[in-house]
Each structure stands twice: as structure tokens, then as C-alpha cells.
Ligand binder design. Structure first.
Ligand SMILES: [Zn+2]
Length: 216
């Protein structure tokens, strides 16, 4: 298969030197974000985002136990010697992959997911900002024993962060507009991705605990 846009699928395809299947780099819609597959463990718990290429490899190795969601445009590989047919894999947007089930999930904390948790709003003045207009504010300042964990951090605009200074919200008379919380696995996987398939959103949003308008 030649490299280039693969007309039947709308994906941009490049051949992979290490496996027989094409590497899907991006959809040709102009979107620069590579679409990814939601990986589950066998218990159905979200366990990460994998590239389409990684999902194809898992299918080819027989590691995919089941898939969920509408089948995506097919990925074609090389011609099979036995029957002369081109090999083909029908990916689904959510796949459960072989492996041991690990209990619990610790949501990594970074500004990108933190600001998405707070809907890019300053939790003191309520205004929305771009990512560069926000800072990570420690509700109980670190200099006074506050730790860098989800329940003690909020998005704050630079002005409110400066105004609050080294004080608690109570001391600064700046009440929080929402209670900071630690996202569960379903919430965190949603927050970690800018663009997801509708089936992935449906799957994740069923287990959202936070009363936020993310699923709208
Ligand atoms: Zn503010």
C-alpha cells in the first residue's frame, strides 16, 4: 500500500517497517490530534489511551478480548500468501486487552487535566480563561503544609492567585465556587483527552461522579 491519504477511510496512512499493517497517522479532516483508542482491562476499567497503531498491533497479536462501539473505517494490511486476500482489521473505539487486573487507580495531576476539571474557570472569581491565563492554586498554601494533591488544588486566574497570596480562602475572604475533588478513572481518562469518539464519551460518562457539565 503506498503512503498517503487512503481514500476509502479518510485516514492518512504510512506503511510501518515493523509490522504488516499500515500506520494511521491522522484523519485527513485537518485535525492535528491523532485519534486514539480507549484501552480497558478485562474488568472494564479504563487503563489508558493507545494509538490506532498500538490497537492494530494488539488485534494482530490476538490480545484484544472484546471491543465496544461502532466499528471504525477498516485498516488494511498486506496481501496474504495463502488466499491472496488483503488482510483487514476492523477497529472499535474501545478495546479490552489481555493482562492482569490492577486494583485501584491513581489519577496523575497536571495543569492540563486540572484546568479541564475546573472547566478552565478560576474557582475564585468564576471567569473562564485560556490555559495560559490560569495558575495552579494550593487552597492550603504549600508553605503552610498544603500538599500538591487534587483535593488541595484549583484553577485560579493570576489576579486571584496574587490576591489570595499565602492565605486560605477563609482568611482571604475568597470562598471557593466548587469543592476540589480527585477524578476517578473514568473522569480522568475523559479529562486527559481533548477529542474523543462519541462511544468513548458514552462509556466514560456513565461512571462520572462529579456534578459537572462535561458530558453535555
Ligand atoms: Zn479569578
Amino acid at each position: 500500500m503506498p503512503c498517503g491519504i487512503f481514500a476509502d477511510t479518510g485516514y492518512t496512512i504510512h506503511n510501518c517497517s515493523s509490522c504488516q499493517f499500515a500506520v494511521v497517522l491522522a484523519q485527513s479532516c485537518g485535525c492535528k490530534t491523532m485519534q486514539t483508542i480507549l484501552r480497558l482491562d478485562l474488568a472494564g476499567q479504563p487503563r489508558g489511551w493507545i494509538t490506532l497503531h498500538e490497537a492494530v498491533t494488539a488485534y494482530a497479536k490476538g490480545d484484544v478480548v472484546y471491543g465496544i462501539g461502532d466499528v471504525l473505517p477498516p485498516i488494511f494490511g498486506g496481501i496474504q500468501r495463502i488466499n491472496g486476500q488483503r488482510s483487514r482489521i476492523d477497529l472499535q473505539p474501545i478495546v479490552a486487552i489481555q493482562g492482569r487486573i490492577v486494583q485501584g487507580f491513581c489519577a496523575p495531576l497536571c495543569n492540563r487535566t486540572l484546568f479541564r476539571r475546573d472547566d478552565h474557570r478560576c474557582l475564585y472569581c468564576g471567569q473562564q480563561f485560556t490555559r495560559t491565563g490560569l495558575t495552579r492554586d494550593h487552597v492550603l498554601p504549600t508553605s503552610r503544609g498544603g500538599t500538591d494533591r487534587w483535593e488541595n488544588v484549583v484553577a485560579a486566574c493570576k489576579r486571584c492567585n496574587w490576591q489570595k497570596d499565602n492565605r486560605t480562602p477563609e482568611e482571604a475572604h475568597m470562598p471557593l465556587l466548587a469543592v476540589p475533588f480527585k477524578p476517578n478513572s473514568w473522569e480522568w481518562h475523559f479529562l486527559a483527552k481533548d477529542r474523543i469518539f462519541a462511544d468513548q464519551m458514552d462509556y466514560l460518562s456513565k461512571r462520572f461522579r462529579a456534578e459537572r457539565d462535561w458530558a453535555a
